[in-house]
Design a binder for this molecule. Structure first.
Ligand code: ATP
Ligand code: MG
Length: 251
């Protein structure tokens, strides 16, 4: 773990009308670290990651990447800074195969000397990169040419995580990556997250699954009603403390 966080936000504040969704939150994640973001429904978790991935803008607060102050005003800016986000609804195109899904919106177009309209998509190049990546991350996709809509939840999730990993040079943000997955599917997604960490990405993962948090997270930040109420090292023995931080009990 390096001393300067890959991504750090200080004083994050966001209001939606009368709702103070984020109230002066500080959060930092390092390379090679999985940070879990925990909290009850409505705690502000998705709002916080939306502001880090450019879907929303902070009303106040400072974001730094590797120590340098950045403004993240749009999803494209976040991507340009090396931040990729997998939202809970995944946003995959069901009628396309993994290769097309990987490159949706950033297709490798053919020679630059051709006028834009005459460029062709280098499907072969895209397929090669996709295959390499899926095999490097050991994502078990029986037929990489089948439509994503025909795949299982775990395979879809794995593709979405792998796609984020492929383009995220610094930070991968995952909102509930194992929600609605079976035991085996969760396992492959959790293993994928561990591999990403081992490759040196900084990872923020939102999860309600305490067993998964204890297994993969190096650190957990707990939010309640828009505020960060604590940080813990997730461990079987700290389960009770985490739960009471989440619900606001005194246990
Ligand atoms: N676009 C929006 N417009 C208005 N209010 C919003 C918006 N997004 C979030 N909120 C409000 O901000 C608060 C925090 O919501 P957020 O979605 O960040 O919670 P969360 O911790 O992700 O919860 P969950 O675990 O249910 O996903 C809630 O009170 C929510 O109603
Ligand atoms: Mg949420």
């Amino acid at each position: 773990m390096t001393a300067t966080p890959a991504l750090a936000v200080t004083g994050a504040t966001k209001r939606f009308g009368a709702v103070l969704a984020l109230d002066d939150v500080d959060l930092a994640v390092h390379r090679g670290e999985v940070l879990a973001l925990l909290g009850d429904n409505g705690a502000g978790k998705s709002t916080l990651i939306s502001c880090l991935s450019g879907a929303h803008r902070l009303d106040a607060g400072t974001i730094r990447m590797d120590g340098e102050r950045v403004e993240i005003g749009s999803p494209a800016t976040a991507r340009a800074h090396g931040i990729e986000t997998v939202y809970q609804d995944l946003a995959l195109f069901d009628n396309l195969d993994p290769v097309a899904n990987f490159y949706a919106g950033r297709e490798i177009a053919g020679p630059r000397w051709l006028p834009r309209g005459l460029r062709f998509m280098r499907r072969g190049a895209m397929a090669g990169v996709t295959d390499d990546l899926l095999s490097r991350l050991q994502v078990g996709i029986p037929d990489a040419r089948a439509s994503v809509g025909l795949m299982s939840g775990g395979q879809r999730q794995a593709i979405a995580v792998a796609r984020a990993a492929a383009f995220a040079s610094r930070v991968v943000i995952l909102d509930e990556p194992t929600a609605a997955l079976g035991v085996r599917e969760s396992r492959s997604v959790l293993d994928l997250i561990k591999r990403l960490r081992d490759e040196g990405r900084a990872i923020i993962v939102i999860s309600h699954a305490m067993d998964h948090v204890i297994e993969i997270a190096d650190r957990a930040a707990v939010m309640r009603r828009g505020r960060k109420v604590g940080e813990v090292v997730p461990h079987a023995d700290s389960r009770q403390r985490i739960v009471s931080l989440i619900v606001g009990g005194d246990a």
